[in-house]
Design a protein around this ligand. Structure first.
Ligand SMILES: Cc1ncc(C[n+]2csc(CCOP(=O)(O)OP(=O)(O)O)c2C)c(N)n1
Ligand SMILES: [Mg+2]
Length: 368
């Protein structure tokens, strides 16, 4: 597969078309109807949660949030293939994959409310924290891959980055050394066409993002990231390559960020209605649901009912997070080092002094 779809050949790997019809059954991944249906429901849950979070943010109940809307098939396929023993190295738009690894929605809510507990992932194994410094997580992914190889473990690393992240030095360092050491890391670029307001075409002169693999001696492939089956098949093949000790793999998943960059962004300033409408035709959930409907495995009625249930579940977890005890200012300092360096101790001291001063002022004013 990686020969046929060598990025030099400029072909994007696709399994279903925009109407959910299988283009060539030989390309289908190894998946039962039940598993495909479960994957769809999980993607629908992630989408329901994602849309709800934006509402909560608009109600002033949560801080800035980066929506996943439109990109669910990439996380959805990863959720299907990733195992307990494998590592997930997220960027910040991989909700479905995180939930599959056992991260709870409540933890994600806590994270976006500013709680350290939101990064604890108590029931999840081998998930790195969400990484906001763009592409920095990839160096850790390569490092983990090195450890896996060194200790001859049977584990894999699924590492994510955005299109904009591929213009960071960290991306190149990580992929370069992953190639040198032949580590079992699957790098997944979510090419959602923009890094905030910067379109992909003006942040790189490369023909594609997948083609960057070639310079590092790494196998690469461009995949329709809105095609759940194509993503899953590409990941299956990538996994086999890694298991043979011939990793890493670089997957460019071509998708579109239907939502805003974050809740602080207004995409109408930099993209057109026509563009949004064209991409809407490739919506990943609609394509998969059409496939399932054609097989009589799914219906609009079922969808309506289940979305209502999902909304209630999302609300339940959100309210639990909202009722979490207020966080303490010292939490800002506590978690970076096992032992806090003097500089941070001084900063913590100044903050506490500030609060003491402020509280005194408040009590003086209320006495007056
Ligand atoms: C090192 C670094 N530089 C700049 C930023 C500010 N920033 C946050 S998201 C973002 C764009 C990232 O674009 P992309 O990698 O395509 O990911 P996307 O947001 O589209 O998923 C930027 C520049 C940052 N977080 N880290
Ligand atoms: Mg992007």
């Amino acid at each position: 597969m990686f020969n046929e779809y060598n990025p030099i050949n400029k072909i994007m790997f696709q399994v279903i078309d925009n109407q959910g019809k299988v283009i060539d059954s030989k390309l289908m991944p190894n998946i039962s109807d039940e598993r495909a249906l479960k994957a769809y429901k999980d993607m629908l849950f992630a989408r329901t949660a994602d849309l709800q979070i934006v509402n909560y943010q608009r109600q002033g109940r949560i801080y800035t949030y980066p929506p996943n809307y439109g990109q669910e098939a990439i996380s959805g396929a990863t959720a299907t293939i990733i195992e307990e023993k494998d590592w997930l190295v997220p960027a910040f738009r991989e909700m479905g994959a995180m939930l599959a690894k056992g991260v709870s929605l409540k933890e994600l809510f806590l994270l976006f409310m500013g709680y350290e507990e939101g990064n604890a992932f108590k029931n999840a194994n081998k998930v790195l924290p969400i990484s906001v410094p763009i592409a920095s997580q990839l160096l850790h992914a390569t490092g983990i891959g090195y450890e896996i190889k060194y200790n001859k473990k049977n584990e894999l690393v699924y590492a994510f980055v955005g299109d904009g992240g591929t213009s960071e030095g960290d991306f190149h360092e990580a992929v370069n050394f992953a190639g040198v050491w032949k580590v079992p890391v699957i790098f997944i670029i979510q090419n959602n066409q923009y890094g905030i307001s910067t379109p992909t075409r003006i942040q790189t002169a490369s023909e594609s993002l997948a083609i960057k693999a070639i310079a590092y001696g790494v196998k690469g492939i461009q995949v329709d990231g809105n095609d759940y089956f194509a993503m899953l098949r590409a990941l299956e093949e990538a996994k086999k390559v890694c298991e043979r000790g011939e990793g890493p793999i670089l997957i460019e998943a071509v998708t579109y960020r239907k939502g805003a960059h974050t809740t602080s962004d207004d995409p109408t300033k930099y993209r057109t209605k026509e563009e949004e409408e064209a991409w809407d035709k490739k919506d990943p959930l609609r394509r998969l649901s059409q496939y399932l409907k054609d097989k009589d495995l799914w219906s609009d009625d079922q969808e309506e009912k289940i979305v209502e249930q999902y909304k209630k579940e999302v609300d339940r977890q959100f309210i639990e997070a909202e009722n979490f005890p207020e966080y303490k200012p010292e939490d800002i300092f506590k978690y970076m080092y096992a032992e806090m360096p003097q500089e941070l101790k001084d900063q913590e001291h100044s903050l506490m002094e500030f609060y003491r001063w402020k509280n005194e002022k408040v009590s003086q004013t209320s006495k007056k």
